[in-house]
Structure formats: structure tokens, C-alpha cells
Design a protein around this ligand. Structure first.
Ligand code: ADP
Ligand code: MG
Length: 144
């Protein structure tokens, strides 16, 4: 099994698909980080912990096909379960991916998509409160 998966990288700008306008900004990680993902990493939605400037947050992550590269390459986008006053492009984000929530799905409306995102956030939030998840919050990797 490839989980938990530890990785880190700089927050880069994404393709502006309007994540923020859907109420769910996603910090995109650089191409090198995505290229290093084990090939078994299926596209879909995951949960785990992230650290940004020494603070640890719950996160929900999407691994998807990147339309920039005609869907030949994956993209990795992370939503932190926290309300930030400012953007943090260029900062380092460290993550520990702990679990899989669901595969990538096609939605017939923006409304359905928003519902799914809210549900993913709830699932991530609850899963990260379980003892098996909580122990990773103290992982030295996130604090280094
Ligand atoms: P982009 O297409 O550039 O990724 P988004 O609309 O997805 O644009 O917004 C992502 C940016 O929003 C992140 O890079 C980060 O700087 C900022 N941001 C603010 N709050 C959050 C959050 N809770 N989770 C992730 N990114 C956030
Ligand atoms: Mg994004």
C-alpha cells in the first residue's frame, strides 16, 4: 500500500478553474511533486494533514487529470480546512496523505459539484478525528 504518502512542495498557480468561486480554493502543487506520485495513486479525492508555515491543518486533496497536458499528466490540488485572510502562493506546503474518499466523478450541475465538495470536506473532517489519523498530526515531518 502507498498510504500514508508524504510529500512537500511549493504552492503554484493552478489553471483558475474557479475553485475559489465555488467556495473551495485549492492550492496546486508543482509538476515535479505530481510527477513523483507513485503510479498506483488513482485519481480521486483523498484526505490527510498539511503544514503551512509550521501550522498544521486538515486537508482534502484532489488528484485529477490535468487538462493543460491533454490529460496525460495528473494534477494535485489541496484544500485546507481553514479560512485564510490571504493567499499563500510560493509558500511550501507539506502533506501526509492518509486515506481515499472517492473516485473522480462527473457532475451534471455546479450545484451537485458543490454538494459533493461539501460532503468530501465533511468526510475528511470526521476521518481526521479518528485516532488512526490523529497520530500523524504529530509526525515530525510536518514540523520540520
Ligand atoms: P488556482 O487556480 O491558482 O489554484 P484557486 O481558486 O484554486 O486558484 O485558489 C488557490 C489559492 O487560494 C491557493 O494557492 C492559496 O494561495 C489560496 N487559498 C486561500 N485559502 C485556501 C484554502 N483554505 N485552501 C487552499 N488554498 C487556499
Ligand atoms: Mg487551485
Amino acid at each position: 500500500d502507498y498510504l500514508p504518502y508524504y510529500t512537500a512542495g511549493e504552492v503554484v498557480s493552478g489553471f483558475g478553474r474557479g475553485s475559489k468561486s465555488l467556495g473551495c480554493p485549492t492550492a496546486n502543487l508543482s509538476e515535479e511533486v505530481v510527477d513523483a506520485l507513485p503510479s498506483e495513486f488513482e485519481t480521486g479525492i483523498y484526505y490527510g494533514w498539511a503544514s503551512l508555515q509550521k501550522t498544521i491543518y486538515k486537508m482534502v486533496m484532489s488528484i485529477g487529470w490535468n487538462p493543460f497536458y491533454k490529460n496525460d499528466k495528473k494534477s494535485m490540488e489541496i484544500h485546507l480546512l481553514h479560512k485564510f485572510e490571504d493567499d499563500f502562493y510560493g509558500k511550501e506546503l507539506k502533506v501526509i496523505v492518509l486515506g481515499y474518499i472517492r473516485p473522480e466523478l462527473n457532475f451534471s450541475s455546479v450545484d451537485e459539484l458543490i454538494k459533493a465538495i461539501n460532503n468530501d470536506i465533511e468526510v475528511a473532517d470526521k476521518s481526521l478525528d479518528e485516532a488512526t489519523s490523529v497520530k500523524y498530526k504529530e509526525d515530525p515531518f510536518l514540523k520540520s
